[in-house]
Design a protein around this ligand. Structure first.
Ligand code: MG
Length: 385
């Protein structure tokens, strides 16, 4: 039987690559739901090609245009973020691919888990904000969360077949982004045009800025902690500019398994959707001889302070990762609008982490409130600078 898939965020970078993968494997996958926030032109095009049961547009102002464009096609159309959260409960959905940007992925993911859908998780912010709650919910509902993030997919692939064997630590690799090796004076002059040029990966704007500032690796460390039930001190970050080794696991006997390949998000997407099967592809193959040197170095936590902020948020736990994430989403937005500089992003996040009320054991409502007040606070200090 075909796996029936809901793609939340189908017009983004992960969403469009997921559809490329699905297009190549029509015998395995069927698109059941597509959702987008704003981009109705692409959503309409996707709907006409993949014939989903239902499509949802987040921005309600675009509902009428969408309905008109779909016309008499047998596709149900809804609008609004509540509709996105609810659509994952549909009986005819097997797998929910969460590929929305940032915090917006949280509530739909929670609903999908409660409805016992398999999760293909591309939205790392969900686990950053509410890792403990999500982990418990997934256990309670016996739901599998398959990672789509390339590093986490790598770790997951290394763990297949290992049963209860103990993990000593994991190595999360990072390309280091376009500014690896640069000093603080250089970083102060960085513009969004420089920061949006990632050397290896083709991704959306938010994650590309996060990669350049190393915040992405910090968020991934927190994501890994919850996905693989680790202590923060079991997670090491290794800068590996070629992005060939996608991450590695060191087991209790000292042996290390790593997963490697060319950097292409379609691979981890396909693995998450196809698991436990590996489906054939004609993607370009890696050649050892094209990469005579794979190099590794320590991350520069001093000049890229976001990484140390993320590790300290992970150590503190409670609502601190939620504060970190909300402040980061605001500062990245402000940086993309040229309102603040590259290094200022870190200063504002740090301020939010010291100013917002710390809660040791937050419930979901506490986290929703923390997210809201952190956004307001961070916006206010940016405006009044
Ligand atoms: Mg990643």
């Amino acid at each position: 039987m075909k796996k029936r898939i809901a793609i939340l965020g189908s017009t983004g970078s992960i969403g469009t690559q997921a559809l490329e993968v699905i297009r190549k494997h029509p015998d395995y996958f069927q698109v059941e739901v597509l959702t987008a926030y704003n981009n109705i032109d692409l959503l309409i095009k996707q709907a006409k090609e993949f014939n989903p049961n239902t499509i949802v547009i987040g921005n309600e102002d675009k509902y009428d245009d969408l309905v008109n464009a779909i016309g008499l096609l047998p596709i149900k159309v809804y609008a609004g973020s509540d509709a996105i959260s609810q659509i994952v409960e549909m009986d005819t959905v097997d797998i929910v691919l969460t590929a929305m940007v940032g915090y917006s992925g949280l509530l739909p993911t929670i609903n999908a888990i409660k409805s016992k859908k398999t999760i293909a998780l591309a939205n790392k912010e969900t686990l950053v904000v509410a890792g403990k709650i999500i982990q418990n919910l997934a256990l309670e509902n016996r739901v599998n969360i398959f990672p789509v993030d390339s590093e986490h997919s790598a770790i997951f692939q290394c763990l297949v077949g290992e049963g209860q064997n103990k993990i000593e630590k994991i190595y999360l690799t990072a390309s280091g982004g376009p500014f690896v090796g640069k000093d603080i004076e250089f970083l102060k002059t960085v513009t969004k045009t420089n920061a949006l040029k990632h050397p290896n990966w083709d991704m959306g704007a938010k994650i590309t800025i996060d990669s350049a500032s190393l915040m992405n690796k910090g968020l991934e460390a927190i994501e890994a902690r919850w996905l693989f039930d680790l202590n923060p001190n079991q997670i090491d970050v290794v800068i590996h500019p070629q992005s060939i080794i996608h991450s590695a696991v060191q087991f209790c006997d000292g042996s290390i398994k790593a997963q490697m390949g060319l950097p292409d998000m379609k691979l981890p997407i396909l693995y998450a959707l196809g698991f436990p099967e590996r489906l054939e592809t004609n993607f370009p193959r890696f050649s050892f001889f094209d990469y005579p040197e794979l190099t590794f170095q320590k991350p520069d936590m001093k000049n890229f302070k976001n990484l140390s902020l993320a590790f300290s948020a992970m150590d503190k736990c409670g609502n601190m990762p939620c504060i970190l994430n909300a402040a980061n989403e605001i500062v990245v937005g402000a940086f993309l609008k040229d309102e603040i500089g590259f290094c200022e992003m870190t200063d504002y996040i740090e301020k939010a982490m010291t100013k917002i009320n710390y809660i040791t054991n937050p419930n979901l409502d506490d986290l929703i409130e923390t997210d809201k007040i952190t956004r307001e606070y961070t916006k206010s200090i940016i405006t009044s600078k």
